[in-house]
Design a protein. Sequence first.
Length: 259
Amino acid sequence: MNIFTFHCGSTALHRLDVRYKTALVCMVSLALLKAGFAGCFVCFLALSWLVYATGISYIHLAAQLKWFILLLGIMFIARSLTVQGTPFFSFFGLVFTHEGLAQGALVVMRFFLVMITGLLFSATTRPADLKSAAQWYLKPIPFVPEKRVAIMISLFLRFLPLILTQAQQISDAVNARCGNLNKNPVRRIRYLVLPLLKKIFLAADSLCLAMDARCYSEDRTDPVFETGKNEMRFLGAGLFLCLVMICPFHIFVKMTFWS
């Protein structure tokens, strides 16, 4: 099962109002931009607990994110080599600096935590609920067709796992025909991209025909939201977490225990 799709469950995160869930994701992502190592570590502990509570396997998570982890490793090496500072060690003429290693580690931690935050959101939120939340947020904005934009977001989220699955199937088919032995990278990309684009366009065309056959219209009943104590608890916990992340530790201690 793809970890970026919705996972059925009855946890508090699944039952949370999607409007508050969206706001919390935005708050945590923005706070991570200013978070240091201590703030990232606190956020990592909180997100690890939520991953465990939602029942997502850590082994399956690592397997699904292997290419993203590889990208983070490349970013870490690039930042370690490009940032000027005190040399830490050299390898075949490449100089790694203390400042580069520190900045690279911090950037990698921030990107990784943003990915986990988005993963938790997608794994515990139905696409239909996200459509309702997008429509609710866009409704006060003038000259924006909120219903049309919301259905576009919903369709994109529904198509993304399908696109990833089809890309994996095409890659397996190419490898079964020894396409992975091809030394030309342009031909390898062509054999993957062109069939994938064809499948995407055919699926989109079939979806349009199915929606027309069912007389789909944008004039539908607006969703009804209910706010309870659970939403207030999560909102308070999210604000507290963001405060811990963006404030240095000694300032946070003074703010907490000041009388």
